[in-house]
Write a protein that binds this ligand. Structure first.
Ligand code: HEC
Length: 151
């Protein structure tokens, strides 16, 4: 097979494997994906929260581990908010996410920016620095939930 022909075959295979636009096979999968990413992120964000609020002893290494997970996970949920996933499954997402997607995207892009700072703060090994970064990150969570999540 000539290189050009094999490329054509590879392209055709990719086109067959992927649906026209959706990244997920069904809306329920997209909803599960975003909720799972948010859930895992929140578990680790909560562990840092317990340390900064004095409910758990400060453990610098554990804070870095959790902050790394939070920083990674904070990039993931947003792909799961694709069009057509406002219903199905047990979603608390509000319709505003899809009626003004650019504004929602803007909000979602703030999170990884903040969680990178949280990770940097955790690595400094100073509880006060961590407290400030935690509060700043929590502010981004809250402002998005206030607008885009049903309670
Ligand atoms: C850009 C908006 C946005 C930001 C920022 C955001 N969230 Fe959310 N979050 C949502 C939306 C929307 C839902 C509802 C998703 C659904 O039910 O489909 C949600 C759901 C959740 C859930 C429930 C997941 C589940 O099990 O169903 C948790 C926990 C959560 N968020 C935690 C956080 C934490 C912690 C942060 C900050 C570190 C954060 N979120 C930042 C929009 C956001």
């Amino acid at each position: 097979v000539k290189p050009a022909a094999s490329l054509a075959i590879a392209t055709a295979a990719v086109a067959l494997a992927l649906p026209a636009s959706a990244e997920f096979a069904k809306p329920e999968d997209a909803i599960k994906y975003r909720q799972s990413a948010l859930f895992v992120m929140a578990q680790h964000f909560g562990r840092i929260g317990a340390m900064v609020n004095g409910r758990a002893p400060y453990d610098g290494a554990a804070a870095v581990t959790s902050a790394e997970i939070v920083a990674d996970m904070s990039k993931l949920p947003w792909a799961g908010f694709e069009p057509g996933t406002d219903k199905g499954g047990n979603t608390r997402a509000k319709p505003e996410i899809w009626s003004a997607p650019a504004k929602f995207k803007e909000n979602s892009e703030k999170l990884p920016v903040e969680t990178i700072k949280l990770l940097a703060a955790a690595k400094m090994g100073n509880l006060d620095t961590l407290k400030t970064a935690f509060a700043n990150t929590a502010g981004v969570c809250k402002s998005c939930h206030d607008t885009y999540r049903k309670d």
